[in-house]
Design a protein around this ligand. Structure first.
Ligand code: AQP
Length: 347
């Protein structure tokens, strides 16, 4: 007799994503992640968003600044449209299920898998002997962040694609090793024209909050003059804008500015090129600066207002952590059971 065919379980759709409070939020974080987080919330799917402070300390963080940056990031989320009544918003360290599951995943993930992570190689550079063990294990904690909620969909920028593939590998290996269908296999949601916003100083490098040059990025806390000034000074070539997107192929800086414009205006890059075909940067940059200020100023203003009441931000994060814990705790407790740990304390 043939074996009965097992249909894999279906998992309810749940969205999880996070941002490190390792500096101020950038335009890259906004267009590649935050703006998308708001769209997902507005689609009515359950959304869980996390300020991943445990990830942030994989690189040294000043404790006073870390607290400040975490509150500022929370303010950025809310100002950008995350509604704590409709999404769960919290900081990672308040929900211990993340690190507990990360340890178990450290025992599932293979050294070879981790060694292939390009973000580790980029961040460690020539100094790999001297970076923290946490930086190496970062993708395992990221997999735990997602799997602690059995999240099915993870909106991220392009740079996180490899980490999500690793998350899938860990979930598959866990399910196989323990002969269970316990964890879903996540789908990365890498969508839109701004999945990789590049540095304003070098169109081949990702815009990053930890880049030593503040001129390389637009921060969500920058005022209108700073935004306009950074865009005016952004590196470009000397040619006018082409009349088709193909003409941007070998022009990384020009392509970056066109993509930023398109993402901010919710237009296709082809439409932006159609509107600005043949324009010099002397014309395009002021238009981009005007658009960026119009889109970002309301967020900056709201962030400034929210930051005046840090106790309220802490209250929102605490309430979100309670809600997150209520989902993650039973999921991680069941993992202990699956792997064979005795859990006999009376609580
Ligand atoms: N330049 C970018 N373009 C598009 N998306 C981006 N993201 C980050 N930079 C860009 C997306 O933002 C989310 C949160 O990222 P993160 O802060 O957790 O870590 P990161 O990707 O390492 O971002 P940074 O700014 O480069 O941080 P540092 O400098 O601290 O390492 C992710 O979805 C990411 O894809």
């Amino acid at each position: 007799m043939s074996e009965p065919v097992q249909t894999p379980p279906t998992f309810p759709r749940r969205i999880f994503s996070g941002i490190q409070p390792s500096g101020g939020l950038t335009l890259g974080n906004y267009l590649g992640a935050l703006k998308r987080f708001v769209e997902k919330q507005d689609e009515g799917i359950e959304t869980i968003y996390c300020l991943v402070d445990m990830h942030a300390i994989t690189v040294w963080q000043d404790p006073v600044k870390l607290r400040q940056q975490t509150r500022e990031a929370a303010a950025g989320f809310i100002a950008a449209g995350i509604d704590p009544r409709r999404s769960i918003l919290f900081n990672q360290s308040q929900v211990t299920a993340h690190v507990e599951l990360a340890w178990i995943f450290n025992c599932i993930a293979r050294m070879g898998w981790m060694s292939r992570m390009t973000q580790f190689k980029d961040k460690a550079g020539k100094n790999s002997e001297n970076v923290s063990l946490g930086l190496f294990a970062y993708p395992s904690l990221m997999a735990a962040d997602i799997m602690a909620y059995k999240a099915t969909d993870v909106p991220v920028g392009e740079d996180q694609k490899q980490h999500l593939e690793l998350c899938r590998d860990i979930a598959i290996k866990f399910n196989n090793d323990y002969k269970v269908d316990y964890f879903p296999i996540v789908e990365p949601l890498i969508e839109g024209v701004a999945t990789r916003v590049m540095s304003l100083r070098d169109g081949t490098k990702k815009m990053s909050k930890s880049d030593p040059s503040d001129q390389s990025r637009i921060n969500l806390t920058d005022d209108a003059d700073m935004i306009a000034n950074k865009i005016r000074k952004a590196k470009t070539d000397t040619d006018p804008l082409p009349d088709s997107v193909e003409g941007l192929k070998d022009r990384p800086e020009a392509r970056n500015l066109v993509n930023i414009y398109a993402a901010l205006a919710d237009l296709a890059p082809a439409k932006v090129i159609q509107d600005f075909a043949g324009a010099q940067f002397g014309t395009f940059k002021p238009a981009l600066a005007e658009l960026a200020v119009a889109k970002l100023s309301p967020i900056t203003g709201e962030m400034t207002r929210l930051m005046k009441d840090p106790a309220e931000i802490d209250r929102i994060l605490g309430k979100g952590a309670d809600q997150a814990d209520a989902i993650a705790r039973p999921i991680v407790d069941k993992v202990y059971d699956i792997v064979g740990m005795i859990r006999s304390r009376q609580v």
